[in-house]
Design a protein around this ligand. Sequence first.
Ligand code: MRU
Length: 368
Amino acid sequence: MNQKMNQKIDDFFEKIITVRLSDDGRAVNIIDQTLLPNEIKRVDLRTKEEIFGAIKKLMVRGAPAIGVTAAYGMAVLSRGIEEKDFASFRRRFGEISAYLASSRPTAVNLFWALKRMEDKLDSLEGEETDVIIKELYAEAESIRNEDIEKSRGIGEAGFGLLKEIREKKGRAPGILTHCNAGTLATAKYGTATAPMYIALEKGWSGGDMHVYCDETRPLLQGARLTAFELSEAGIDTTLQCDNMVSALMAAGKIDIVFVGCDRVASNGDSANKIGTSGVAILAGHYGVPFYVCAPDSTIDRDTPDGSGIEIEMRSPGEVREMWYEKPMAPENISVFNPAFDVTPADLITGFVTEGGVIRPPFRFRESV
Ligand code: MRU
């Protein structure tokens, strides 16, 4: 890869690091995503209430990023645990972990990361508190670094699909994505965006592909976050309202769909941002391949199918008035506002994972 291009991509990733430790190691430092794309503001989260609130309010969001935030959060908060004997320390740690776990119900990465921190703590019984805290920091750092490696793996596998389309059609692939499963939702490459970022790293120009971003009502993660980060990275990007997907597909603009995921049941049913299942139905109708991009930490082997995935319901205000100068609906109108929907496994062409592309029949029992 040309060095100038490499530098440009590194600068881009450096500019929008979603979550990291503060310089003094005593806070989780995040980009406040509610302010994007207008302002890139970093915020320190020091208390359990601040960490809980940032996840709940979507200041930090996206399944893997929530997991990394919770892991760093547990390391930071472990310093403040006053009880020093192991049993009491463990009890307090468990209480804080349960509190953070109650911030959002759907993304399994949150529970996965918290469990990993608890398992780490259990393996340290008998050690001095100082050693325990140091090891918890190291575990959180590993979770972040592993997320980067996993999304790189997803990117490599997804890039193979883009290359095939480009070779076969002799033009830039048209890619549709929904919500934000980008660098802002993870530690680095994103999941659904990873194939595009890896394409840049491999020397494609931003014009060698074209990404269509659903705006993603009601919280506009596609418009505010995905369109922002892809265009910042120099990738050809178009924004459309969610109800324009059928028209785009009918016009032959979309060769492939890449979406992220908050939880995959062991039969392949997949929960992702509200509207994803509609995109899958349309993709099936128009014969467009529909891929779910997800790391192993998003697979919930304890949930047999999508009916067991808890779907977060959010406030009516997000639909009635949020982002508008004046309310866009009658003040007390009843609102249906689930944050996610479940795409049935039979509408999914394949899963793009760090272990490669997985095709049906899906049976997620072992690691990918
Ligand atoms: O409510 P959000 O913004 O946290 O929803 C995020 C999504 O649905 C993403 O597509 C999903 O978490 C995958 S992120 C790599």
